[in-house]
Design a protein around this ligand. Structure first.
Ligand code: KIV
Length: 273
């Protein structure tokens, strides 16, 4: 057996995520920002750990994700990476770090080389197809984040559900297809009506992960601090405080995973129409 075959036998990869979609096994994802939480998530069986630029809000205490820098992401991703042995490590490209294919490649390259990222996530629709394809050509798996895009908060005029009117829904479906064709390995839908999320999930061959997008998606993601009940302010409608019922961190994470895998979470109270 070669050295390469011996390594990473249990590691979640783009191939295993694809196999999970085909087998109808739900993909359980959570955010993490440091090694200790990453270790808990990995041990509990989380499939994808995202170092989200949500760290700007939940770790740094900022109002939005916009102030987060590439250096911040490298620092936290390195820490998270050291806590993982099975989960796939996905890293967010922060605001203004992918304004051209060359800039995106340089910054995503830092996450791959300096923080052992296995995938990067970027916000955007069809206008990002060139960037997705440049990253894919260089061996960098990409998750395309559609629906509510927090880095666009000032253009959107707030955090609101996207794709409600038929024209916007059609555009989102077409953009998802275009990004898949450009080489994306995953699509993430944030705050999208559940019916639209189901249509997009069925239309794509690659897995679709939802947050506030309903139970029909191939997987779910939440912000860790929301499920542990320690985020500032009100918990979003699409999330749930799992620690309130489970009692401790490990049990809360396990219960989240179990409910995602069994299709119990999200329930009807967590979705938009
Ligand atoms: O930054 C983040 O944590 C995210 C999730 C909300 C999906 O993008």
């Amino acid at each position: 057996m070669s050295v390469h075959a011996q390594q990473d036998e249990n590691r979640v990869t783009v191939r295993s995520l694809q196999a999970m979609k085909q087998a109808g096994e739900k993909i359980a994802c959570l955010t993490a920002y440091d090694a200790s939480f990453a270790q808990v998530l990995d041990r509990a069986g989380v499939d994808i750990v995202l170092v989200g630029d949500s760290l700007g809000m939940v770790v740094q205490g900022q109002e939005t994700t916009l102030p987060v820098t590439v250096d911040d992401m490298v620092y936290h991703s390195r820490a998270v990476s050291s806590g993982l042995s099975r989960s796939l490590l996905m890293v967010d490209m922060p605001y203004l770090s992918y304004t051209s294919p060359q800039q995106a490649l340089e910054n995503a390259g830092r996450f791959m080389q300096q923080a052992a990222a296995q995938m990067v996530k970027l916000e955007g629709g069809a206008e990002q197809a060139g960037i997705v394809s440049r990253l894919a050509q260089n061996g960098i798996p990409v998750c395309a984040h559609l629906g509510l895009r927090p880095q666009q908060v000032n253009k959107l005029g707030g955090y609101r559900v996207q794709g409600r009117d038929p024209e916007a829904a059609e555009t989102m479906l077409n953009e998802a297809r275009e990004l898949e064709d450009a080489g994306a390995d995953l699509v993430l839908l944030e705050c999208v009506p559940q019916q639209l999320a189901e249509i997009i999930t069925d239309a794509l061959d690659i897995p679709v992960i939802g947050i506030g997008a309903g139970a029909a998606c191939d997987g779910q993601i939440l912000v860790l601090y929301d499920i542990l009940g320690i985020s500032k302010g009100r918990i979003p409608k699409f999330s749930r405080d799992f620690i309130a019922e489970a009692g401790n961190i490990e049990a809360a994470v396990k219960s989240y995973i179990d409910e995602v895998k069994s299709g119990q979470f999200p329930g009807s109270e967590h979705v938009f129409s």
